[in-house]
Ligand binder design. Structure first.
Ligand code: G3P
Length: 221
């Protein structure tokens, strides 16, 4: 399963990319609104520093304007994936961009029907927002399972990109179901890295090594 970082924060992207666990980035207008500076420059910078796919979202809502924005975003780099909202015009945009060889990520997916239509239109990725479904008392992970079942059954190549991830269990369950990608806010990645027994175990190893050093001055690897 690929792991994308769900952020528009360039420092976070640099920090986590160095760990070698990040395969791509997803952004959206809300994430960009949390950053300072010019959002266009930020998007261009992210595309430049990341090797893998970077989802950049269009904000127009009518076909012609959506296409205009999409084509501009696609020019930022070969790794750009145009993030398109799940609407009638959005599906038309996905079809048109697919015909031009431009990758798309259909966002705001809340039902298997929406995912099916996005796949038929040629989407590279569909993004089910599972945390927001959990928020309204619906089981977000069930949606992931339904979409995977449909895509596998009909051999759609559209990748399931699990979004709106709120805790590490979402990640484990998505991986067990065979999701292609999860996109994670940096805080969730931190929680996945940490384990109290890892910290406790490291403290013990380090203090035991100090004892060895006491008896063996000038030790070095
Ligand atoms: O990638 C979409 C995701 O960022 C939405 O997450 O937490 O705003 O529901 P959230």
């Amino acid at each position: 399963m690929k792991i994308f970082l769900d952020t528009a924060n360039v420092d976070s992207i640099q920090k986590y990319s160095e760990m070698g666990v990040i395969d791509g980035i997803t952004t959206n207008p809300t994430l960009l609104s949390k950053e300072t500076g010019n959002p266009i420059k930020t998007m261009k910078k992210i595309v430049e520093i990341v090797r893998g796919p970077v989802s950049l979202e269009i904000v127009a809502t009518t076909f012609d304007r959506m296409m205009e924005e999409s084509l501009k975003l696609a020019e930022y780099g070969e790794n750009v994936v145009v993030k398109v909202p799940m609407t009638v015009d959005g599906l038309k945009v996905v079809k048109a961009l697919t015909n031009k060889g431009i990758k798309t990520n259909v966002t705001l997916i809340f039902s298997a029907n929406q995912a099916l239509l996005a796949a038929k239109a040629g989407a590279t990725y569909v993004s089910p927002f599972i945390g927001r479904l959990d928020d309204i008392g619906s089981e977000g992970l069930n949606l992931v399972s339904e979409i995977i079942q449909i895509f596998v059954g009909y051999e759609y190549t559209t990748q399931v990109l699990v979004a709106s991830v709120r805790h590490p269990l979402h990640v484990i369950e998505s991986a067990k179901m065979g999701a292609d990608v999860v996109t994670l806010p940096p805080e969730i990645l931190d929680k996945m890295i940490k384990h109290p027994l890892s910290d406790k175990g490291l403290d013990l190893f380090l203090s035991d090594w100090k004892k060895i050093e006491k008896d063996n001055p000038n030790l070095s690897f």
